[in-house]
Design a protein around this ligand. Structure first.
Ligand SMILES: [Zn+2]
Length: 359
């Protein structure tokens, strides 16, 4: 026989209206979720479960209920409270994570540095002038030759017609290298020993320029350096005359200094050329009228030159009856300061970037 459950044995129905409870919950939940910071969340919590909240009011009502239904009501409210606490805890965790993230963002050190592009160097002014000179001579059909900076006494002096007792040696008394060998070695005092190397090579004719570093026992001052650069020229061919030498100088001077600069030769002396000459260019600063730079003469000495001495040919096995030639040489550093109006040679080797970057 089927029996209906007796109303007295079933649990009393919960005293609170579930619609009202759902309304309280959803109202609180939307406030909690909308809380933008911890302060707003505390306010939402106060409104949801604080002393004056609707939730607190229900709790007060609970006391007035019959004990039989009070238990069910208590469970309803505890269940609601548990869900509200969960919502509050979720929101609190989310807000503190947000806050931590934004504090990290604020505290982050910006370690990037705005950099200009790296400084780009360029060739030293002496190197620039040397390369320009090489270009001019290569354009005239010359080869560019090189030779060692440590030379024997024979190449630096004797083969160039400067025997041990020759007075020309004293002016270039130089740096000797202790080689531990019988042969005297020294830092070359000029690029002229390369003339000997070129002649010894035995390939004639020769049209060559020799740029390079040379060493002299000079105290540095405005017009002297113990280490400087020369450019040597050597031409050996059949029937070469002094007129060819003069013509060569007249060709390269305007190519380097400009068309308005003139050149001239005046008698000079070098042991390894005969006849010898000093060559001068008209002063570019006063255009030849005379100034402090040219000591009022209108001319500036650039270098030395002359016809190759027969003794030099004989030293290297070249027949001076068949071949003739000329040689010239000048300081590249001095030419560079003349061209750029630099007052002091020492500026070239002081490594002051403010100076060097101007050229
Ligand atoms: Zn002048």
């Amino acid at each position: 026989m089927a029996t209906e459950p007796s109303p007295t044995t079933s649990a009393p129905s919960p005293p609170f209206d579930s619609t009202e409870l759902a309304e309280i919950e959803s109202e609180a939940a939307s406030r909690i979720d909308a809380a933008a910071d911890i302060e707003a969340l505390e306010e939402a919590e106060r409104l949801a479960v604080g002393k004056r909240s609707r939730f607190a009011l229900l709790y007060q009502q609970l006391r007035s209920f019959d004990p039989a239904v009070r238990k069910g009501g208590g469970q309803q409210l505890q269940e609601l409270r548990r869900r509200l606490d969960e919502a509050l805890e979720r929101r609190r965790a989310a807000l503190s994570a947000e806050e931590r993230a934004s504090r990290l963002l604020e505290d982050r050190l910006d370690l990037t540095e705005v950099m200009s592009s790296p400084l780009q160097g360029h060739l030293h002014v002496v190197t620039q002038v040397r390369e320009e000179l090489e270009d001019v001579f290569v354009g005239m059909g010359y080869e560019v030759a090189e030779g060692p900076e440590i030379e024997s006494d024979w190449y630096n002096f004797e083969a160039l017609n400067i025997p041990p007792d020759h007075p020309a040696r004293s002016s270039v008394d130089t740096f000797f290298v202790d080689s531990g060998q019988a042969e005297t070695l020294l830092l070359r005092t000029h690029t002229s020993p390369v003339q000997i190397h070129l002649l010894e090579r035995g390939r004639l004719p020769i049209y060559a320029v020799v740029p390079g570093r040379v060493y002299r026992r000079d105290t540095p001052d405005a017009t002297h350096l113990p280490v400087f650069h020369q450019l040597e020229g050597l031409v050996v061919d059949r029937g070469v005359s002094f007129g060819d030498l003069a013509g060569t100088i007249e060709t390269f001077v305007p190519a380097i200094f400009g068309a308005s600069v003139r050149s001239r030769l005046r008698p000079g002396y070098f042991p390894f050329t005969e006849p010898s000459a000093e060559f001068e260019i008209s002063c570019a600063i006063c255009d030849g009228s005379g100034c402090r730079t040219c000591s009022g003469t209108g001319w500036i000495e650039l270098g030395g030159c002359g016809m190759v001495h027969p003794a030099v040919f004989e030293q290297t096995g070249v027949d001076p009856e068949e071949w003739s030639g000329f040689a010239f040489g000048f300081g590249i550093d001095r030419l560079a300061i003349m061209r750029h109006g630099i007052a002091d040679l020492r500026l070239l080797v002081e490594n002051d970037v403010r100076f060097l970057e101007q050229f």
